[in-house]
Design a protein around this ligand. Structure first.
Ligand SMILES: *[C@@H]1O[C@H](CO)[C@@H](O)[C@H](O)[C@H]1NC(C)=O
Ligand SMILES: *[C@@H]1O[C@H](CO)[C@@H](O)[C@H](O)[C@H]1NC(C)=O
Length: 217
């Protein structure tokens, strides 16, 4: 028991000393919070809204559900220990952001997205690991994705889980809710051209999978 506690404690010390090392700076496409950790993102308030102007500058804007007549300020954060957290705005285009590459892969051969910019140095990668132009996952410092989990001011909360291609053990480890040794692509990213109805469709699929997994258990 005592030994296990010591290991966890020293791991936390290493993690803490890495926080704040971020080299990224704010742009119109993303906001950087080097001091933030997952716990800080989870504590952010859920803000109700009827239009974008009511949302903070780190929000993706107001996501309005006309069926239940409720809007919340949408958020999409990525966090790890070395860089803290970054909030991705609606205008962020992963294919056009060579200075902040969030997509990362287990090996250089896994990169299936040919549109992604190539990294030139470690500091281009949110994982801080660039190899042959590809950002590699750091298994000792995985990337977490935090999103507003449900629409509705009272039901909503911020849900954080592993981003795509990070090592996982269980579907619930992943923000996509799909673990096949690594987390599958998640539904919330790379869909800036999509609108609310297709997002709801993705959410419906996630709920379906959740219910299915409960039934099968
Ligand atoms: C980026 O912008 C946010 C929100 O305005 C601010 O809180 C944060 O400190 C800024 N980060 C940096 C690194 O300047
Ligand atoms: C929103 O998505 C639906 C379903 O994919 C599509 O039929 C509709 O044209 C889209 N609307 C806009 C404004 O893109």
């Amino acid at each position: 028991m005592k030994f296990g506690y010591k290991i966890i404690f020293s791991l936390q010390c290493i993690g803490l000393s890495l926080v704040g090392a971020s080299s990224f700076t704010n742009t119109t496409d993303y906001k950087v919070f080097p001091e933030f950790r997952l716990e800080d993102v989870k504590k952010l308030p859920i803000i109700s809204c009827s239009d974008d102007s009511q949302c903070p500058d780190y929000s993706r804007g107001c996501t309005y559900d006309y069926e239940i007549d409720i809007g919340v300020c949408d958020m999409d954060f990525f966090c790890n220990k070395i860089n803290g957290c970054v909030s991705i705005l609606e205008s962020f285009d992963s294919a056009n952001s060579p200075n902040l590459i969030i997509d990362s892969y287990q090996t250089v051969k896994d990169d299936k997205n040919k549109n992604l910019p190539k990294c030139k140095s470690n500091s281009d990668c949110f994982t801080n690991q660039c190899s042959e132009g590809i950002c590699l996952v750091d298994d000792s410092d995985p990337i977490y994705n935090c999103v507003v989990a449900e629409l509705g001011v009272h039901q909503s909360h911020i849900n954080c889980a592993l981003a795509s291609n990070q090592i996982c053990y269980d579907d619930l480890d992943c923000i996509s809710n799909q673990c096949f040794d690594v987390c599958e692509d998640n539904y919330y990213n790379h869909n800036s051209g999509d609108n609310i109805s297709s997002q709801s469709f993705a959410k419906a699929i996630i709920y379906f999978l959740l219910i299915l997994s409960l039934v099968l258990n």
